[in-house]
Design a protein around this ligand. Structure first.
Ligand SMILES: *Cc1c(COP(=O)(O)O)cnc(C)c1O
Length: 379
């Protein structure tokens, strides 16, 4: 038996939805894409949604849409997956890392403000583990300095912040999601951007499909024939297929259930691990309801490696999220060798993600709890 830290959940409804979509006339670009987009927009409360081929593509499209280019600086957290920062570089921009809050592990708004320069164009907060960032403060800073805000919500489908759902873009211009199997819902690979801004929405739709358009209202040459289409920028093929959108729609119907189960798993960990010595449980900020993409604990007394190895030997797939982004060789070799965010470094030395997902059984969770307890009891 192996219990991973995260796992997708596929049922017969999902399989039937995919089989049905495969029998349709259009399997790449078809009506299922807009169906999924409309349903996802409605779920989050945003006006618009655009499906893309991955969370990375979604983030790249966001940087493109707000016009990031050579020399522009974008402030983000080091405690994230690489795409949050690399998507900025794909547009020629420069990620600038601001340290985290030691309680929530999310980007610290005070650290953001110190890093603003005349070149700063945007802020990308990441709702790490599914716990929403301090969006009111971040949005306030952004408005004061004329910056855009892109939320990286790859961990936060279904999370709530001060009464609004993440993805509603109440405190941001754009929100990017991922549907990788380890996230809260899946399309195998896939992503989504939500926004309330029609111009950004249109830009992302173009960018996703070669920056090519046939829309009579957008054409620059109005004199050619009815076959005429135009490429108006440097675009990509970042579309999510109709078949995968059918899977996404089916998964979306279960998202509330997925998130509710993760919250119950988290609650049980909170209750049953609270007396284990040598660990620190995750803190929840007021007014926030996490989606619990990850359940992370800190292992004190320099015992993280030991706990990691013994859990793995016991068949429990614990993992470490994340190496601060600037410490990856590509970043070290490209100007980040002197960057240091001490709180993120310190967290990286002790953090461990333990299993949390919809299909985790009570017995499996009990085994995880017992295993942690027995390792930390022995010294
Ligand atoms: C997974 C993830 C991404 C990238 O999503 P993909 O769909 O794998 O491209 C971006 N940011 C964060 C925080 C993630 O966890």
């Amino acid at each position: 038996m192996f219990i991973p830290y995260g796992k997708h959940y596929i049922d017969d409804d999902d399989i039937n939805a995919v089989v049905t979509a495969l029998k349709e006339d259009y399997i790449a670009t078809g009506p299922g894409i807009e169906r999924f987009e409309r349903a996802f927009a409605a779920y989050t409360g945003a006006r618009y949604a655009v499906a893309l081929s991955s969370g990375t593509a979604a983030l790249h499209a966001c940087s493109y849409a707000i016009g990031i280019q050579d020399g522009d600086e974008v402030i983000t957290t080091p405690m994230t997956f690489v795409s949050t920062a690399s998507s900025v570089m794909m547009c020629g921009g420069k990620p600038v890392f601001a340290d985290i809050d030691e309680n929530t592990y999310n980007i610290d708004p005070n650290e953001i403000e110190q890093r603003i320069t005349p070149h700063t164009k945007a802020i990308i907060p990441v709702h790490f583990t599914g716990q929403p960032c301090d969006m009111e403060k971040i949005y306030g800073i952004a408005r004061k300095h004329g910056l855009n805000v892109i939320e990286d919500a790859a961990h936060a489908h279904g999370a709530d912040y001060h009464g609004s759902r993440i993805g509603a873009c109440k405190y941001s211009d754009l929100t990017a999601f991922s549907f990788h199997p380890v996230k809260l819902m899946t399309t195998c690979e896939g992503g989504m951007v939500t926004t309330n801004d029609e111009a950004l929405y249109q830009k992302i739709r173009l960018f996703r499909a070669y920056c090519s358009t046939k829309d009579p209202e957008l054409l620059k040459d109005q004199t050619d024939g009815p076959w005429h289409y135009e490429v108006q920028g440097l675009g990509y093929n970042y579309r999510l297929s109709d078949v995968m959108c059918a899977l996404g729609n089916s998964q979306l119907h279960k998202l509330e259930r997925f998130v509710a189960k993760r919250r119950a798993v988290a609650q049980r960990y909170n209750d049953e691990l609270k007396d284990v010595r040598g660990i620190l449980l995750p803190y929840q900020a007021e007014g926030c309801n996490s989606s619990w993409h990850l359940y992370t604990i800190q292992i004190k007394d320099g015992r993280r490696r030991e706990v990691y190895e013994k859990m793995r030997e016991s068949g429990i797939g614990v993992d470490v999220h994340y190496l601060p982004v600037y410490r990856h060789p590509y970043f070290l070799e490209n100007g980040y060798e002197n960057v240091s965010c001490p709180k993120a470094e310190k967290l990286y030395d002790s953090i461990l993600s333990i299993p949390i997902y919809y299909g985790l059984t009570e017995k499996q969770q009990e085994y995880v709890i017992e295993t942690i307890g027995s390792i930390l009891k022995t010294s």
